[in-house]
Design a protein around this ligand. Structure first.
Ligand SMILES: [Cu+2]
Length: 113
């Protein structure tokens, strides 16, 4: 019995350790009221692994307020100015719609696997 529990704990620890080591941070910019990747290309859809994070970097000379009302993760990064960034870690699998409270035309989908 106790041996079984020990084995389970070890497997869990290894799984978490592996996930932690692989966790990546992506930078998604806000430029010309659009979500862009590091090369400046428009991002409409991103696939991440559980544990990964996105650093939202405002590259526009005005505020953005990135948020999501998705069931998987609800967040509101508040208004932040040019040059500032806010990071979100995605700790649960599922699909999220990400928007900007100031610019309703801004939208991207993040799929966490
Ligand atoms: Cu905005």
């Amino acid at each position: 019995m106790s041996k079984r529990i020990l084995k389970f704990s070890l497997a869990t620890a290894l799984a978490f350790g592996a996930a932690g080591a692989q966790a990546a941070e992506y930078v998604v910019g806000q430029k010309d009221k659009t979500f862009v990747d590091e090369a400046g290309n428009k991002v409409e859809h991103m696939t991440l692994k559980v544990g990964d994070s996105i650093r939202f970097l405002n590259e526009d000379p005005f505020f953005h307020n990135i948020f999501s009302l998705s069931d998987v993760k609800t967040f509101d990064l508040g208004s932040f100015p040019q040059g500032d960034s806010r990071t979100v870690t995605f700790d649960k699998a599922g699909k999220l719609d990400i928007e900007c409270a100031i610019h309703p035309q801004m939208h991207m989908v993040v799929e966490v696997q």
